[in-house]
Write a new protein. Sequence first.
Length: 193
Amino acid sequence: MRVVVLGSGRGSNAEAILQAQAAGRLGAARVVLILSDKPDAGILALGPRFGVPAQFVDPAPFKTKLEGAGEDRFIAAIEAAQADLVVLAGFMRVVKPKFLTVFAGKIINLHPSLLPAFPGLDGIGQALRGGVKETGCTVHGVTAEVDGGPILAQSRVPIEPGETLETLSAKVHEAEHALLPAVIARLSQETKG
């Protein structure tokens, strides 16, 4: 299974995937390309460290969505990599119908809450302010509804009394770093089998 990872930030989830791959825990999946919509994103530095091509793709003309010429550039790069799976790992853009159609059934996203609770931005902060007893993370299929696709797996994280955004974020990120590679490995085995 050929995997392309898209991210906009430091790339901690992409790094967890690449570490799982290096340790032989990614099943039949292999990351073949890393793409970012930010030229200075930390995720791009992971490519040379793990021997995987990494490149900036100009997302213009929009700031928060992937549409138009930027969408076409991303589609072309992913198609050139012959991707079987597209992983959105901290990719801070809303993907639009054309992208979803081209890669239908092949896109997954990691979200820092137990969906359907707390979709959208700041899932961890929403959970903390919401006064719930637990939160976590979700890997889901990507559809036109933001954070609304079918849930593939979840990991629960308790919210302790006195929890801060920093402590809760660290616990959720740790859960994410275990869950996302495990889901990719499982999908690779399901596809292979």
